[in-house]
Design a protein around this ligand. Structure first.
Ligand SMILES: [Zn+2]
Length: 243
């Protein structure tokens, strides 16, 4: 009952409107520390706004950044071009932007702070924890994986008590199963690189975020994910990341 009340009070969605940030779909969470708005830009690229701070995650040139504010905090998950794009980083980075990235990215990005799997830090009012993201079994050839464990970072971003999980490019891992107290989760689902919607739904059922938001789903149907979670008590919010 307490959980139900908590959800009702702190997780009221104000809208998934095509509102303030141009034509980008967005969703706003009401948290104890004030509203937190998530704007879907494209594929794995999004922007968060809370407390007057702006966070960009994995900016990519295939997204439209016109009119969007620059970043106080910039997070990069991995070295692949849909996540690490110097041209798009230039569009959102100011001289004083705090940039956080795994070593494989930071070595090519002067001024970036390195965060390794398991490390935590604070920046721009957020608490940031880096988590493993990797393929358990899928790869380009026998014995190889697309994302090796330890290279990239998923993140848990905490804004006050509100915890947002950013999966990164990953399959359903033991580390994901062990997640606790996640308010909202951005979950990837595309083959061959990450996992299919059915597996993403199994993952989400294991760690039970209050809200699950499919992203990085090009070529997959997030409706399959939504259907698999029907009746689970986990709210699914589908945004059009390919608008
Ligand atoms: Zn990717």
């Amino acid at each position: 009952m307490l959980n139900v009340m908590k959800s009702a009070v702190f997780l009221l969605f104000i809208g998934a409107a095509l509102a303030a940030s141009g034509a980008h779909p967005s969703v706003e969470f009401s948290t104890k520390a004030g509203p937190l708005k998530l704007t879907a830009i494209r594929h794995a690229s999004f922007m968060l706004e809370a407390g007057g701070k702006v966070v960009h995650v994995d900016p990519w040139s295939q997204g439209d950044y016109s009119g969007l504010p620059k970043a106080d905090l910039l997070l990069i998950t991995d070295s692949h071009p849909d996540h690490f794009d110097l041209k798009a980083i230039d569009l959102v980075r100011r001289p004083d932007t705090i940039v956080i990235a795994p070593p494989v990215v930071a070595e090519k990005l002067p001024g970036a702070r390195i965060l390794r799997n398991g490390d935590s830090t604070n920046a721009a009012g957020f608490q940031i924890e880096a988590l493993p993201m990797y393929n358990v079994k899928r790869g380009p050839a026998e014995g190889q994986v697309y994302h090796a464990k330890g290279r990239g970072n998923g993140y848990v971003l905490a804004w006050g008590a509100f915890r947002l999980y950013i999966a990164g490019d990953t399959e359903f891992t033991p580390e994901m199963r062990a997640l606790k107290n996640i308010d909202a989760a951005l979950i990837c689902m595309n083959l061959p690189y990450t996992m299919p919607p059915e597996e993403a739904a199994e993952a989400v059922k294991a760690f039970r975020p209050k809200v699950a938001i499919p992203y990085h789903y090009r070529g997959s149907d997030p409706g399959v994910f939504e259907k698999a979670l029907a009746g689970s008590g986990i709210e699914v919010r589908i945004l059009d990341w390919y608008h």
